[in-house]
Design a protein around this ligand. Sequence first.
Ligand SMILES: *[C@@H]1O[C@H](CO)[C@@H](O)[C@H](O)[C@H]1NC(C)=O
Ligand SMILES: *[C@@H]1O[C@H](CO)[C@@H](O)[C@H](O)[C@H]1NC(C)=O
Ligand SMILES: CC(=O)N[C@H]1CO[C@H](CO)[C@@H](O)[C@@H]1O
Length: 190
Amino acid sequence: MLAVLLLALLGLVYSENDNIVSFNDAMIAEAKSQISTGEWMLLFHADWCGPCQDAKPHFYKFASWAKDSRPDLHIASISHDGGGQLFGDFGVKYLPTILFVKDGQVRNLSDRRETLKDMFTNDEWKNVMPTAEMPSENKSETGKRIGNLSALKSLSSTQKTLALAALIGFFLLVSIIRSRATKAKIFKTK
Ligand SMILES: *[C@@H]1O[C@H](CO)[C@@H](O)[C@H](O)[C@H]1NC(C)=O
Ligand SMILES: *[C@@H]1O[C@H](CO)[C@@H](O)[C@H](O)[C@H]1NC(C)=O
Ligand SMILES: CC(=O)N[C@H]1CO[C@H](CO)[C@@H](O)[C@@H]1O
């Protein structure tokens, strides 16, 4: 009994791949901006969904394989509990859903969840037509972020100018004080 429990625990630990990131709606802008570049394999699931529990071991096994064999492929898991808005943005209506996003093009691999590895060992994913583009909201989100970044940059350059002006002012002040002091000295010696 104890041995079984121990084994189950080990299994749990084993199934938690460290190359799977979890996204939720609290970081939706960041998540979408990350997913919009490079290669992503996304698992949409929920704790209450039975078929998801069946799909998870396949997905985890694939993630372990990808870690060494396809290190550029990012793997993410999105739970409906906390990630409902991401479900909406990617048009996910059925669970589990597995989407492969490459350079912003979304391919639906839900039906291939048991043979995900083959999709990459034979480049089979190329035969799957993209069904959608990345939700475009993130593009404007990226634009916003760039806007914010440039605002930050101009702020820092303003700060630099201010700092320089303060420095020049300080030296001017020091030299004025010093010249006055020397004048005063000259006065005294006279
Ligand atoms: C993905 O494919 C499955 C099965 O073909 C389908 O039920 C589902 O609606 C698709 N999901 C998306 C987001 O396209
Ligand atoms: C900068 O970012 C904040 C929070 O991310 C956002 O609310 C704001 O609208 C952005 N500003 C600009 C100028 O886009
Ligand atoms: C600006 C823009 O195109 N926003 C879109 C972002 O994605 C959502 C969901 O897919 C769309 O409804 C928005 O129109």
